[in-house]
Design a protein around this ligand. Structure first.
Ligand code: FAD
Ligand code: SF4
Length: 474
C-alpha cells in the first residue's frame, strides 16, 4: 500500500486539444514494474471476476513486476487477442479495477492497480521490439481442414473469430463493407485514443495467419449471406456487423444543414482522415460552435474531435447528471481538461435554423432527476418552462446506435429480437440458421470491445465444433 499509484504521462491538454496524437503517452518500463508491484496477488483473484475474458491478471502482473514483460504478455494473450487495444479503450474502472482489493482498501477505484495501463505497456513494448503480430512468425495452425469460413464485418468480434478459426485450420475470408478493416476501432474511436497503426498491425497479423480479406463488400448487397453458402461454398458464416445504425432525437430541426450523427462525423474524421484537409477524400463541416448530444463514449469522442477540427466552443448536452454518464471516467476527465463545456441536466428540444436551412441555435430544456428507471439510473425529468437557446452552428447527435439491419432484412429465417439484435444460442453463438453464427454488437447491442472479442472467441469455438461434426477429418 506504500507504493504510490503511477500516473500515466499525457500530452498537455491545451496542446493535445489541437492535435490528433495520442493523449496518453504510456508508462516507462520502470513505471510499469512499479505499478505491477502494487498487486497484492490476492488468493481469490477478485479482479478476474470483472474481466469479461478472464485474463489471469495477478499472473501477468507478477511477471511484469519482475520485469518479464514478454512473459506477462504471453499470459494476457492466452485469453485476449488485442491487448494494445484493450489496454487503451476498456472501461477498466467498471471491470477488473472495480473489483481490485487495492482500490477497495484505498477507497478509490482510481487507486486500484492500473491493470489496463500495465497491459498496454506489455503490448506496446512487444510491438516496438518485434514489430507486432505482423512481423512475427505466424503461430502454428492445426492441419488444414478444407473447410471454408466467411466472416462478415471486421471489428473486434470478427478479428477474434477469424483468428481462432484460421488457427483451427479453416480457410477464412473476411468480407468488410468499408474500404478499411477494423470496424469501430478504425471508423469510430479517434486516432488520439487509439492509434490506427496498432489496429493495422493486428489486421496484418490476420493476413499472416492466411486470412483473406475482401473490402468494399457489403453482404446483403454485393452478395446475400445465403449465397455465400449456396453458391460460394462456405461451410460456416460468422456475422459480426456491429451496431452502426445511429439513433436520432426525433425533434424538430434535426434535418437542418449542420446536424450530424456522431457516426457520420467520426467516420469522416477518422476513417476518411478529414483532419488532413489537403489529402482527405471527404468534404468536412467546420463547426465553430458545436453542441454534442449524449453522455457516452461516442459523445466524448465527437466533442473532443470537434475541438481538434477547429471548433471554438463545444458544449456537451446531457439530460442526466455526470454520475449517470455511461462514458469512461478517463474520457470524461480528458474532455473537460481539453475545454469541452459540460451542460448537465439539459436536453435538446428543437434545432433552430436560418432561412437557408442552416443550424443557428439549439433550443434546450433544463432537467431534474426523478425516480430510477429501467436502466437503474435516476430518470431525467424535464422542467416545464425552462427553455433557453444555445448559440451553435453545429449539432452532433450521439444518443446511441442500433444494430445494422441489412443482413437480417436480406436473410430469410434469421431470427432477431425486438431491438433488431440477432438471436443466438448462448453456448455456441449459432443463430436460427444452422451453420450461421453471430457475435459482438449485432447480438449484444452497442457494447464494448472486450465483450465483442469474447463473443468472437465463443462463436469461433462454436464454428470449430460445428465443422468438426460436419467432417471427421476436421
Ligand atoms: P464493429 O466494431 O461495429 O464492426 C462491425 C463491422 O462490420 C464494421 O466494420 C462494418 O463496416 C461492418 N459491416 C456492417 N455491415 C456489414 C455488411 N452488411 N457487410 C460487410 N460488412 C459489414 N468500446 C470500448 O470498449 N471502449 C471504448 O472506449 C469505446 N469507444 C467507442 C467509441 C465510439 C465512437 C463507438 C462507435 C464505439 C465505442 N465503443 C467502445 C464500442 C465498441 O467499439 C464496440 O462495442 C465494438 O467495436 C463492437 O465490435 P463488433 O466487432 O461487434 O462490431
Ligand atoms: Fe492484484 Fe488487485 Fe487483482 Fe488483488 S484484485 S490480485 S491486488 S489486481
Amino acid at each position: 500500500m506504500a507504493i504510490p499509484p503511477q500516473e500515466m504521462p499525457q500530452q498537455d491538454p491545451k496542446v493535445r486539444a489541437h492535435n490528433m496524437n495520442e493523449v496518453a503517452l504510456g508508462y516507462t518500463a520502470e513505471m510499469a514494474k512499479t505499478e505491477a508491484s502494487r498487486c497484492l496477488n490476492c488468493p481469490t483473484k477478485p479482479c478476474m471476476q470483472g474481466c469479461p475474458v478472464a485474463i489471469n491478471i495477478p499472473g501477468f502482473l507478477q511477471k511484469a513486476a519482475e520485469g518479464d514483460f514478454a512473459g506477462a504478455l504471453r499470459i494476457i494473450k492466452e485469453t485476449s487477442l488485442l491487448p494494445a487495444v484493450c489496454g487503451r479503450v476498456c472501461p477498466q474502472e467498471k471491470q477488473c479495477q472495480k473489483f481490485c482489493t487495492m482500490g477497495k482498501m484505498l477507497k478509490d477505484v482510481d487507486k486500484a492497480v492500473a491493470i489496463g495501463r500495465v497491459e498496454r505497456f506489455c503490448a506496446d513494448l512487444d510491438r516496438e521490439q518485434t514489430g507486432g503480430a505482423s512481423k512475427k512468425p505466424a503461430p502454428p495452425s492445426a492441419p488444414r481442414t478444407g473447410k471454408k469460413v466467411a466472416i462478415i464485418g471486421s471489428g473486434p468480434a470478427s478479428i477474434t473469430c477469424a483468428a481462432d478459426c484460421a488457427k483451427a485450420g479453416h480457410d477464412v475470408t473476411i468480407f468488410e463493407a468499408f474500404h478499411k478493416c477494423g470496424g469501430v476501432l478504425v471508423y469510430g474511436i479517434p486516432e488520439f485514443r487509439l492509434p490506427k497503426a496498432i489496429v493495422r498491425q493486428e489486421i496484418d497479423g490476420l493476413k499472416d495467419l492466411g486470412v483473406k480479406i475482401e473490402t468494399n463488400f457489403v453482404v446483403g448487397r454485393t452478395r446475400k449471406l445465403k449465397d455465400l453458402v449456396a453458391k460460394d461454398g462456405f461451410d460456416a458464416v460468422f456475422v459480426g456487423t456491429g451496431a452502426g445504425l445511429p439513433k436520432f432525437m426525433g425533434i424538430d430541426g434535426e434535418n437542418l444543414n449542420g446536424v450530424f450523427s456522431a457516426n457520420e462525423y467520426l467516420t469522416r474524421a477518422n476513417l476518411m482522415k478529414a483532419y488532413l484537409e489537403d489529402q482527405a477524400a471527404t468534404p468536412f463541416w467546420h463547426g465553430k460552435k458545436v453542441a454534442v448530444l449524449g453522455g457516452g463514449n461516442v459523445a466524448m469522442d465527437a466533442s473532443r474531435m470537434a475541438l481538434r477540427l477547429g471548433a471554438e466552443k463545444v458544449y456537451l448536452v446531457y439530460r442526466r447528471s455526470e454520475a449517470e454518464m455511461p462514458a469512461r471516467r478517463e474520457e470524461v476527465l480528458h474532455a473537460k481538461e481539453e475545454g469541452v463545456e459540460f451542460h448537465m441536466l439539459e436536453n435538446a428540444k428543437r434545432v433552430l435554423g436560418d432561412d437557408k436551412g442552416f443550424v443557428n441555435g439549439l433550443e434546450c430544456l433544463k432537467y431534474e432527476l426523478g425516480e430510477p428507471d429501467a436502466s437503474g439510473r435516476r430518470s431525467p425529468v424535464a422542467i416545464e418552462g425552462s427553455e433557453f437557446v444555445l448559440d451553435v452552428d453545429t449539432v452532433i447527435v450521439a444518443v446511441g446506435n442500433a444494430s445494422n439491419p441489412l443482413i437480417p432484412a436480406t436473410t430469410e429465417g434469421l431470427e432477431v429480437n425486438k431491438r433488431g439484435n440477432i438471436v443466438v444460442d448462448p453456448e455456441t453463438n449459432m443463430t436460427s440458421i444452422p451453420g450461421v453464427f453471430a457475435g459482438g454488437d449485432i447480438v449484444l447491442g452497442a457494447a464494448t470491445v472486450i465483450l465483442a472479442m469474447g463473443e468472437g472467441r465463443k462463436a469461433a469455438a462454436g464454428i470449430n465444433a460445428y465443422l468438426a461434426k460436419k467432417s471427421p477429418s476436421a
